[in-house]
Design a protein around this ligand. Sequence first.
Ligand code: MRU
Length: 343
Amino acid sequence: VLAPRDIVRLEDAGIVLLDQTLLPGARVERTCASVDELIDAIRELAIRGAPALGVAGAMGVALAAATGPDEPAALRAYVANQAGRLADARPTAVNLRWGVEQALTVVEGAWRTAPELRGRLAGLAARIHADEVARCRAMGRHGAARLADGARIVTQCNTGALATGGYGSALGVVRALHEAGRAPHVWVPETRPLLQGARLTAWELAEDGIAHTLVTDNAVGALFAEGAVDAVLVGADRIAANGDAANKIGTYPLAVLARHHDVPFYVVAPSTTIDSDTPDGAGIVVEQRARAEVAGFGGVVTAPAATPCRNDAFDVTPAALITGIVTEDGVHEAPYVFVPASA
Ligand code: MRU
């Protein structure tokens, strides 16, 4: 079982994170001694998942302060610049920007000395981390109340402890069911191109002894047709004000399948993932990733060199296909009225 500090923590040497690119083969920690190194780690998905990115964002601003000049005006300017670069490291998960902005309110507030600012930012980042884990536990309780014993659940990508800094969002609901002895079973789509399902979700479930079966992404329709799915539980990277939800590519087809087969489809995400400034899904920027992720597999090129590829990292599920959005406040249903997150 992963403790929150095993996933990411702030130390004097920098931000220490469990390198998710190497799982499940190796459990290796990676230290980011500068904001540049943290940005690289985020882009490579060494740390990933919306809430975990929010924690990394807040820690990253603390790291910027720790590595910046001592003179207050120069430090303020330095941290603001580094924070802007960090917030732009990946565009879709709103939590990253949220975490950075929470820390920036401290930078822009009243403080006198560099050590004072550094201490406050480290404290804020630790609190944001603890709060995210607490939100996950609350979501776990609310979501579990909607599911039957022995529920056969389809998920997508990884929404576990690795993705949230501890416990998990959609996978937190699964954990809550498991802890209560309610015997969930999880269908785990491998989640091409980067296999967060096969590498990370299957690993977390195996570590915790939770029943699961790995399937290829294109096998999921047959599971619905067979009547082998009782609910879909997914996370989100950004939820617009109207409830449209961006999540890992492949989530929208699950929502369409769920509607066709009359299976409930829940999005499980903390309030830090809600973007009230974006009215609907059309305003959500979807990250485009490298061609090589699609044109090859496991380091082997599988497509002709001249073949154009498209690699959207996320898709947007319209609110009309969502049964309910589980946040730490409870299960929301349309029309959505969300309580904004505060740090
Ligand atoms: O590209 P990733 O691995 O960062 O994508 C992550 C997801 O899509 C998750 O489902 C989402 O961030 C929710 S994590 C609780």
